[in-house]
Design a protein around this ligand. Structure first.
Ligand code: NAP
Length: 376
């Protein structure tokens, strides 16, 4: 299967100027960088450790095999002005860098400051870099709502691009709070000028394989690993959310960066799945590899013991998210960006196959042999 969709008719990528990707070695940014290199762009990759990034084998492979070029720059979200050098001459800035984690000790330091001060710093650099005409911000669908329970209060009980997260705080749902505050600041800065346009991509839970030769330390992978490593062996929470293939998220960024008509926010997801659906799919495809959870935990039990098992699982989080439906409208992304989403089952299957291949999931000895996914 081709890793990306056909471009919408009439969309030509102007590769004459370089483009900047912040956090270019991240999970989502890895696919975006690859897509840009496939189209022949000169990619300025801003990362915390350019020395390490330069030596990564997947980067060497992309340099060898793809028409574009890549150059690394050192930058940190917490160092003001550190993106200015990487941005020189760039036409489009893709700002993806932002910490994604739920279980943090110090939300302000670990999530909110890098997300908000980092976005401000990147956009301050955009304001002094005359070549930039568009900024694509990797926001999140959690900038449109805080808890699943919020969705039932919306008109039609469905999320769309008009909605804003008004319920998260530094103490309750700090990651959604960090993404909401970062996106709000971005709109404020964008609306104070008229040289460059801000377009946001607001993905749901991103799943699918990585471009690296190792499993990245990204939340999406640690979540799927929990289905296989025994963390969820007693059962999965009664939770559902919108999910999307990482390759579609990369494509949405590219189109948001270059389609002349792209503007505003874009909710990006393909399917709504319950955690038990994810587990059932993993069981159907890979049951020889792991005993996947097969029951849904009662909400009252999670409410009682959840906070002891996982500090992000506070009682308000359990009350406002478990057994609350998740509904959203992705029609803007399908119409304005021409997105045709691949099935999330493909993303999960490809992701887990890769986790086995790269040794992130240990196959019990008794089960090793000639197994192929889905053929037992
Ligand atoms: P990831 O692999 O952990 O990427 C996060 C990136 O942010 C990494 O490149 C990381 O750099 C960078 N970063 C963090 N703190 C930084 C700092 N102080 N200075 C510079 N860079 C810093 O996770 P991801 O899933 O790809 O997330 C990428 C973006 O997508 C984030 O904005 C996230 O909020 C958004 N998003 C993700 C999902 C999802 O389900 N995965 C859903 C919606 C939105 P290092 O590589 O140096 O650590």
């Amino acid at each position: 299967m081709q890793d990306h969709q056909e471009s919408p008719p009439g969309l030509e990528y102007d590769t004459s100027a370089p483009v900047l990707v912040t956090g270019a070695t991240g999970y989502v940014a890895g696919w975006l960088t690859r897509r840009l290199l496939e189209e022949g762009f000169s990619v300025h990759a801003a990362v915390r450790n350019p020395g390490i990034a330069n030596q990564m084998t997947h980067i060497e492979r992309m340099r060898r095999e793809l028409p574009g070029s890549i150059q690394f720059f050192q930058a940190d979200l917490l160092e003001r002005g550190s993106y200015t050098r990487a941005m020189k001459d760039c036409s489009v800035v893709f700002h993806t860098a932002s910490p994604f984690e739920f279980a943090v000790r110090d939300p302000q330091r670990e999530l909110i400051d890098p997300a908000v001060l980092g976005t401000r710093s990147v956009l301050d650099s955009v304001n002094v870099t005359g070549s930039v005409r568009r900024v694509v911000l990797t926001s999140s669908v959690v900038a449109t709502y805080g808890d699943n329970a919020d969705i039932a209060k919306l008109p039609g009980k469905v999320l769309n691009e008009e909605a804003w997260n008004t319920t998260s705080t530094p103490k309750h749902q700090p990651y959604p709070y960090s993404k909401t505050q970062a996106e709000r600041i971005a709109w404020e800065i964008a609306e104070a000028q008229d040289r460059w346009r801000l377009v946001t991509v607001n993905p749901g839970l991103v799943l699918g394989p990585c471009v690296t030769d190792y499993i990245p330390d990204a939340y999406s992978f640690s979540l799927i690993k929990k289905f296989a490593d025994g963390t969820l062996k007693a059962g999965v929470p009664p939770y559902e959310t919108g999910m999307v293939d990482v390759r579609d998220v990369a494509e949405a960024h590219l189109r948001a960066g270059f389609l002349p008509g792209a503007q505003g926010r874009h909710i990006i997801f393909s399917d709504v799945k319950r955690f038990i659906d994810v587990s059932a799919l993993l069981h159907a495809m890979f049951k020889d590899h792991r005993p996947f959870p097969h029951r849904v935990l009662p909400k009252w039990l999670l409410w009682l013991v959840g906070p002891r098992a996982d500090k992000a699982f506070t009682r308000p989080v359990v009350s406002k998210n478990m057994r609350h439906p998740w509904r959203a409208d992705n029609s803007k992304s399908r119409q304005s960006l021409g997105m045709q989403y691949r099935a999330i089952e493909q993303a999960i299957t490809d992701m887990f196959s890769q986790m086995i291949e790269l040794g992130a999931v240990q196959v019990p000895q008794a089960l090793t042999g000639s197994h192929k996914p889905g053929t037992s």
